[in-house]
Design a binder for this molecule. Sequence first.
Ligand SMILES: [Zn+2]
Length: 384
Amino acid sequence: MRSRPSDYHRGCGCSTSATSPRGPCRTSSLRAVPDATGLQPNEVDLDLFDVILDVRPSRDSASAFPGARHVTLDDLVKQPARYLPSMQTTTLIVCDVGQRSGVVAARLADDGYRSVHSLIGGIDEWRAQGKPLVHIGLTEAEAGRYDRQVKLREVGVRGQSALLASTVTVVGAGGLGLPAIAYLAAAGAGHLRVLDPDIIELSNLHRQPLLPLADVGSSKVAAVARYVASVNPDITFTGLEVELNAGNAESLLDGSDVVVDATDRFAARYAISDASHALGIPVVTGAVYRWEGQLTILEPNGPCYRCLFPDQPSEIEFDCAITGVIGPVVGTIGTMQAVEAIKLITGAGSSIAGRLLLFDALSATSTSVRVSRRDSCSVCNPPT
Ligand SMILES: [Zn+2]
């Protein structure tokens, strides 16, 4: 978490507290700039921003703005709460010349966001003034390995670079976690962290086809480490034979860009959700019951897992050791978790956040229902 002395004020860039929440401070004269939320490059101290967003349409630039997350203009306007955790989040928006960022910053300010700024002159002016940019590019080996996804307009070199720089923590290396890990490793998620305390059992194999029969009785994390090293030794893998719980969740998940909840225990799901909410990390959560699967993303600003399921279901009632489960459905949901994680990191498309995807394999149907923050949620709306 960045420390900052106080918020920038809209339009002036000063740090006095004598300001109106809807306008520039009274102690500084507002320059006659078309973008009332704008900051000149020499007014920008990157350390003072909680969030920096890059709304350039092209993802193929060789330069990235330091600390910026790429987001499409459309996505930012439609779902600002996905990117700005609160109305007070100090935010800088950048684009090529400052026009697109100026429009969206003004729009967000009109919507009540109190500290959103655009970079006047955009990255072109930033570069012209000799300000730092991050060179992004792929090695020849990376360009070759990831060629087919880099060719996608929504990924490009910038998206691939973001993937290679990302840290993804997968909690659970079972039926959901294994396909998620396999696709994230293959896609070049730069640092994969996997948490699972279990050993491989014979009854795991029907839904965990990446595990060889010879590994039955050995550590899941060790087997996953061997698998990842065999398919993509260029990424960093950290495996921990540890059971996540409410007491250790924050320390285990801290530093992640995305958490993939691939557990099969409700207690762990609540712990993941609570810790990620506190840490400001999105969670791609998936679950399977018999022939049915479900998937959503828990954004840091909600809804959280407690919003969706305020009362903890019975662990026994949903234990696949009792109910049974069909393997490919688990693999489908786990694979979709990898897709959503990749989208979050690269900024591609629109995520499943705000919707719960429901897949019924027996009837070959899928649907999604809207989910939202629950007023009575003790995490999203703690008593004051
Ligand atoms: Zn909640």
